[in-house]
Unconditional design. Structure first.
Ligand SMILES: Cc1cc2nc3c(=O)[nH]c(=O)nc-3n(C[C@H](O)[C@H](O)[C@H](O)COP(=O)(O)OP(=O)(O)OC[C@H]3O[C@@H](n4cnc5c(N)ncnc54)[C@H](O)[C@@H]3O)c2cc1C
Lengths: 389, 249
């Protein structure tokens, strides 16, 4: 049967290149890693070696110099292969903060090494236990003392810290009470995690539904050099927002990859599984939900390409990027649910991978951004309705 | 070092083959095509020897339809410098293919000409060896390990029950077997660079040749397996079946 994704022939060379890297990491590999709740080190190393995670770094810094459309195809294919990009996508886009707002020295110092896969910058510390989605309420504070900043506070749900050399940190540098606008007074730092333990940073892993190596972080008089600051002090919130559209589009593509994976599994199983002397997929009660989920994946995929097209053309794409992320996350989740239902009891067995992918794709409803927050963005900024919070 | 490597576009070995209506070719609809896996060993060897030599050129040749360009881009993405496609629908006659390749490669001044030991679509094991003969070059076939020191070539071949070590001087034609190396995967940068590498198209006309394929047939469907039982109790029945029914012991 031919590919259920009619765009599979577009960017065929990129797709094939990524598929070739993913192929040796089969179902058995993912089951082993998942059972041990491990980080898929070999898989990420293979992608890094072949340069795929450096796709968005401009060629002048040794990266692939690809567009967001092309980069999104890479992540789509990773998820489509049965893997999950969660372990490695951040290495692709977190560097954007350095690229867009870093000083020439910071770019020269870090980007070529990131592009070469020698430095891992795939940790991004924003979320805090008490602030949650209300980012301007974060309490982690970085106080300037001479040539250093001293950081105190706590972060939660910070992924891949133990598999990163560098981390982007969002902290307050002016207390909330002292700023005119609540979005002022936040700053972004590029923290070198290689300074080692016993330095005032404690990392505590959180056992959870997916294995992205996610942690709680405790900063206690943690000192970082003043030149870790990216851009200007106080403009951090804006810098973080600047990266959002690209991230939304890339995440949408991951969801699309999952969506096609689930639909492919479901249609194959529905065609092969014989119950009551007929393939279960002959029953419209089984067939229609799969067709419907497929329609939604296709529709979301169109919005993803539209968002990517606008982004690459340098046009405003906030609405499309957010809509793409939401539609794609909804579609992949629907496809996951339908796939599980189609497999019946077998869907619950580890060996079919449906169970693992089901858990993994569910995350996209919550992180990196939850559905409600996208709806509120659309309601307020796209439709012009009153601000709700 | 100047190295030529020949590449054939073949159906993916995992593709389900359907015999076409004419009964002597395969139905290509929906079939995925890949570089012949043995040729990938040859490509890897070409790139690695050039890297080791620190200078030179690697050229990939293919004879086939225009779609073979796609397959050749894979070789360019792995690191081959340029390509030449001899445009022709192909031929069931290995000798005709060898003549066309030899004519093209013969004028190139190559130190080393690499092939895969066979193509996985027709299993003919012919073209590399015939090209060597036509070019009046020595040929070492089915090489599973290869070293080149200056112009001294040492090759290992896996023969029944052991390893044969063969030496000769460059220039030489080598056909590669499994084990000679692990072909690299094209990197992102390799794939992007491949788009800009020269790929020359040259029409060729092959003679009728002496070989004609008259029929193709699929192997018989595999019979369902039989579960004899479990544990030590099942052993006597299994032995009995292996001896009397399957006749393998
Ligand atoms: C596996 C995993 C990995 C993560 N990795 C990272 C990471 O690397 N870096 C990082 O900074 N963060 C990370 N996160 C955090 C993630 O971004 C947050 O969990 C997410 O943004 C939601 O924040 P919260 O958990 O505090 O939920 P809350 O803000 O407490 O929200 C809970 C629920 O209420 C809804 N809600 C809240 N306010 C409103 C409102 N005003 N109107 C309507 N609905 C509302 C939300 O949509 C959500 O559904 C990760 C999370 C997970 C689970």
């Amino acid at each position: 049967m031919s590919d259920i994704n009619p765009r599979a022939r577009d960017y065929a060379d990129i797709r094939q290149g990524v598929r070739d890297v993913c192929a040796p990491f089969d179902s058995a590999y993912w089951q082993r890693v998942d059972r041990a709740s491990e980080y898929p080190e070999e898989f990420v190393a293979a992608l890094t070696r072949a340069g795929w995670l450096a796709a968005l770094i401009p060629e002048e810094f040794g990266g692939g110099g690809l567009s967001v459309t092309e980069a999104s195809v890479i992540l789509e294919e990773i998820n489509r292969s049965g893997a999950n990009s969660g372990a490695c996508h951040a290495q692709m886009y977190v560097m954007g903060t350095v690229l867009r707002h870093g000083s020439p020295e910071q770019k020269k110092r870090y980007l070529p090494a990131i592009a070469a896969g020698q430095l891992r910058l795939q940790s991004f510390a924003v979320t805090e236990p008490t602030a949650g989605t209300d980012t301007t309420k974060i309490k982690t504070f970085a106080e300037r003392r001479g040539d250093r900043y001293v950081v105190n506070g706590q972060k939660v749900w910070i992924s891949r810290v133990q598999h990163s050399d560098l981390m982007i940190l969002l902290a307050r540098t002016t207390p909330l009470e002292k700023v005119k606008k609540r979005t002022d007074g936040l700053s972004v730092f590029l923290v070198d995690l290689r300074q080692g333990g016993g330095t005032g940073l404690t990392v505590r892993p959180i056992e959870n539904l997916v294995h992205h190596e996610t942690n709680e972080l405790f900063f206690e008089n943690y000192e970082i050099p003043a030149d870790s600051l990216i851009g200007e002090e106080g403009l951090g919130f804006k810098y973080i927002l600047d990266g959002m559209n690209a991230e939304r589009i890339l995440i949408a593509a991951e969801c699309v990859g999952d969506g096609y994976w689930f639909i492919d599994k479901a249609r194959t199983y529905a065609t092969e599984r014989i119950v009551f002397d007929r393939p279960i997929g002959r029953n419209q009660g089984v067939q229609f939900p799969i067709a419907q989920a497929y329609a939604n994946v296709r529709a979301a995929d169109l919005m993803r390409y539209e968002g990517a097209r606008l982004f690459d053309a340098g046009e405003p794409c906030g609405a499309e990027a957010n809509l793409a992320k939401m539609l794609a996350a909804d579609a992949s989740w629907q496809a996951a649910n339908v796939c599980l239902q189609t497999f019946g009891g077998f869907g619950f067995a580890n060996e079919y991978d449906v169970k693992r992918k089901f858990r993994e794709t569910r995350l996209y409803q919550v992180a990196p951004i939850s559905t409600n927050l996208i709806l509120s963005f659309v309601g307020e900024h796209v439709l012009g309705m009153p601000r709700s919070f | 070092m100047k190295i030529a490597v020949c590449l054939k576009r073949v159906p993916d070995t995992t593709t389900k083959i359907v015999v076409a209506g004419d009964g002597k070719s395969i139905d290509e609809t929906g079939v995925k095509f890949v570089p012949n896996p043995y040729d990938e060993y040859a490509i890897e060897a070409a790139i690695a020897f050039k890297e080791k030599a620190g200078a030179g050129e690697t050229v990939v040749y293919s004879l086939g339809a225009d779609v073979a360009q796609e397959t050749m881009r894979t070789a360019l993405a792995m690191g081959i410098d340029r390509g030449v496609l001899l445009q022709s629908p192909g031929s069931p006659d290995g000798f005709e293919v060898a003549k066309a390749l030899a004519t093209e490669i013969g004028t190139g001044g190559f130190d080393l000409v690499l092939f895969g030991k066979m193509a996985v679509d027709d299993y003919n094991h012919q073209v590399g060896i015939m090209v060597a003969e036509l070019l009046e070059l020595p040929c070492i076939s089915a090489v599973s390990a290869l070293t080149i020191d200056g112009s001294a070539v040492t090759a290992e071949r896996e023969v029944e029950g052991g390893v044969e070590v063969v030496t000769c001087q460059l220039p030489v034609v080598i056909t590669a077997d499994k084990g000679i190396n692990t072909p690299r995967l094209p990197s992102l940068k390799g794939i992007m660079a491949a788009k800009k590498k020269p790929l020359e198209l040259k029409p060729v006309t092959l003679g009728p040749g002496g070989v004609t394929v008259t029929a193709l047939a699929l192997p018989p469907e595999r019979q369902a397996g039989k579960i004899v039982g479990e544990g030590p109790d099942a052993v006597p029945a299994l032995v009995q079946l292996l001896r009397n029914e399957a006749k393998v012991i």
